[in-house]
Design a protein around this ligand. Structure first.
Ligand code: PGA
Length: 251
C-alpha cells in the first residue's frame, strides 16, 4: 500500500517573517497517519523551516541541488551532502520552471537526481508537457521521454527511492487544473512505463499530481487510483488551505 504524500513547493516566496507565520500555521495542523507531508522552502529559509518544524510530522526538502554530492568550488550551488547535514530529506529535480526558465537539461537533472540519492535524499522528479504539446497530443510521448531519460541513465531501481510528480506546465500557477481523468491517464502511463521495467518498483512508486491543486479539487484528484498525492505550489503558502489539502489526502 502506497502512502499518500502532500508536498508544498514554496518556490521563490517568503521572508523570515512570512515563513515564521507559515511555520506557526503548519505546526498547528494534524497530519493524518497515512499521509507524508513535506515542504520545500527557498534555500534561505530551509534552516528556519527545519528548526521551526522540529518535532512535527513535516519533512523539509530543497527546491534544487548541485550536480555533485560533495562540497567543492561551485559558487552559488548547494551540495546534497550539505542539504543532508542541514536536515533535508527530499529534493525537487526537474521542475518545469527550472527546465524552461533556467534551461536545465535532462543531462543536468539526471546528475542532480543521482547526487541527491548519493546522500540519501529522496528526489522528487517533476515531468510534464506544455500546452502546445498537449494540444498536439504529444503528452504521453513527452512525459515518457522525460522519465525514460532518467531510467536509461540511472536504471529502474532508483525509482524505489524516489517520487515522481506529474505537473502539466499549462496547469502550473494558472488556475487551470488537469481533470482527474486527464491526470489519471498520465499517471497510469507513468506507472506502466515503470512496470515495463520492474513491476515491484512500479507498484511502490508514489506519483504526485501538481498544477493548481487546491482544497476544492484535491479530493477528486487524490481519489484517482494512480494519484498518490500532490505537489502544491501557490496553495501551500497558506497553512489553512494546505491543511485542507492534507486532510483531503487522508480521506
Ligand atoms: P501551483 O504550482 O500549485 O501553484 O500550480 C505547482 C508546482 O509548480 O509545483
Amino acid at each position: 500500500m502506497r502512502r499518500t504524500m502532500v508536498a508544498g513547493n514554496w518556490k521563490m516566496h517568503g521572508t523570515r517573517a512570512s515563513v515564521a507565520e507559515l511555520i506557526t500555521g503548519l505546526s498547528a495542523l494534524t497530519v493524518p497517519s497515512g499521509v507524508d507531508v513535506a515542504v520545500f522552502p527557498s534555500f534561505l529559509h530551509i534552516g528556519q523551516a527545519i528548526d521551526g518544524l522540529k518535532g512535527q510530522a513535516i519533512a523539509v526538502g530543497a527546491q534544487n541541488v548541485a550536480v555533485q554530492p560533495e562540497q567543492g568550488a561551485l559558487t552559488g550551488e548547494v551540495a546534497s551532502s550539505q542539504l543532508a547535514d542541514a536536515g533535508c530529506t527530499l529534493v525537487l529535480v526537474g521542475h518545469s520552471e527550472r527546465r524552461q526558465l533556467i534551461g536545465e537539461s535532462d543531462e543536468v537533472l539526471i546528475r542532480k537526481f543521482a547526487a541527491a540519492q548519493a546522500q540519501g535524499l529522496t528526489p522528487v522528479l517533476c515531468v510534464g508537457e506544455t500546452l502546445e504539446q498537449r494540444q498536439a497530443e504529444q503528452t504521453l510521448e513527452v512525459v515518457g521521454r522525460q522519465l525514460g531519460s532518467v531510467i536509461e541513465a540511472l536504471g529502474i531501481e532508483v525509482f524505489a527511492r524516489a517520487v515522481i510528480a506529474y505537473e502539466p506546465v499549462w496547469a502550473i500557477g494558472t488556475g487551470l487544473t488537469a481533470t482527474p481523468q486527464q491526470a489519471q491517464d498520465v499517471h497510469a502511463a507513468i506507472r506502466a512505463q515503470l512496470a515495463a521495467e520492474n513491476a515491484e518498483v512500479a507498484q511502490g512508486a508514489r506519483l504526485l499530481y501538481g498544477g493548481s491543486v487546491k482544497a476544492a479539487n484535491a479530493v477528486e484528484l487524490f481519489g484517482m487510483p494512480d494519484i498518490d498525492g500532490g505537489l502544491i505550489g501557490g496553495a501551500s503558502l497558506n497553512a489553512d488551505e494546505f491543511g485542507a489539502i492534507i486532510r483531503a489526502a487522508g480521506n
